[in-house]
Design a protein around this ligand. Structure first.
Ligand SMILES: Cc1cc2nc3c(=O)[nH]c(=O)nc-3n(C[C@H](O)[C@H](O)[C@H](O)COP(=O)(O)O)c2cc1C
Length: 229
């Protein structure tokens, strides 16, 4: 498939057939994904391929409880865990304990333990040159050395006829996930990827037009771009 077409159609896939994904296929995916860029080319990603059923179930439980926190924000019309307009986070905007007690059924979360491939992604903190540290706001830069890799995994999976999704909800449960997977303090949980054979083919993606997020010379300058579609 042509690169441009792949980039325009790699959707988040959350429903998979029961078809297994052999290790050789997964290895080919990681083998291609590893060419992702990272700050200073330090390649701070660490990946755990989770196969053991008890671990999968425990991770799915972590995801489910974090999902409850996530959806409770949405129910209040809030962007989950968003910083304020100055980039600061003053603590939870909702009662997280109450949220965690309220069931929030979700097809993906409820079937997570049985996805064909479960990858847990960590970032090696001492390898991250976080150039926006100390600016008194939410840091953005560190993740830039991890998430190109995770998107490469999704693109490479697509090339193998697979689909998948990158998820971060589970990062709310970082402490438990690190215990389960025996992580040292030097790693941060960056996400969980699920891969498999899609039940449905990718849909047409809904995204903003270029002119909606690009301006000339100043942020309040004229919009750049007129291509649509
Ligand atoms: C950094 C990041 C975090 C995400 N976290 C989650 C998540 O926790 N759970 C989930 O179901 N999808 C998650 N997604 C997938 C997004 O929901 C998805 O990319 C977006 O809705 C666009 O979907 P589409 O490509 O199918 O249009 C995440 C995506 C990114 C890039």
């Amino acid at each position: 498939m042509e690169l441009r077409e792949v980039m325009r159609t790699t959707a988040a896939i959350r429903s998979f057939s029961t078809e297994e994904v052999e290790d050789a296929r997964l290895e080919r995916i990681l083998e291609t994904a590893r060419f992702a860029p990272s700050g200073g080319n330090r390649q701070p990603w660490r990946v755990v391929v989770v196969k053991e059923p008890s671990l999968r179930s425990a991770l799915a439980e972590c995801y489910q409880v974090a999902w409850r926190e996530y959806t409770a924000h949405l129910a209040h019309g809030l962007v989950p865990f968003a910083p304020d307009a100055t980039g600061r986070w003053e603590g939870p905007a909702i009662d997280l304990e109450a949220a965690r007690r309220k069931e929030a059924p979700n097809q993906f979360a409820d079937n997570l333990a049985s996805v064909p491939v479960m990858l847990v992604l960590f970032a090696h903190l001492p390898s991250l040159a976080v150039l926006d540290n100390g600016l008194g706001r939410q840091s953005i830069v560190g993740g830039g050395s991890i998430y190109p890799f995770s998107h490469n995994v999704l693109l490479a999976a697509r090339d193998e006829g697979l689909g998948g999704v990158m998820t971060t909800v589970i990062c709310r449960e970082e402490r438990r996930v690190k215990e389960l997977l025996r992580s040292g303090p030097e790693l941060a949980l960056a996400g969980l990827l699920a891969l498999g054979v899609p039940v449905r083919q990718p849909k047409r993606l809904s995204r903003k037009q270029v002119a909606e997020f690009t301006t000339i010379d100043r942020l309040d300058g004229p919009a750049f771009g007129s291509l649509g579609g």
